[in-house]
Design a protein. Structure first.
Length: 43
């Protein structure tokens, strides 16, 4: 089950906002964004 998105937890990546469910997920993305790009259709 995926957690709901928290609109207050996001990063700006390549000029676009990427939202997360929690700070932990945000931190994982910031460590290695390329790992997640295939799951983000806007990139």
């Amino acid at each position: 089950m995926e957690a709901p998105i928290d609109k207050n937890v996001f990063v700006e990546y390549q000029g676009k906002k990427v939202y997360f469910c929690c700070e932990q997920c945000k931190g994982e993305f910031e460590k290695n964004p390329e790992k997640y790009l295939d799951k983000l259709p806007q990139f």
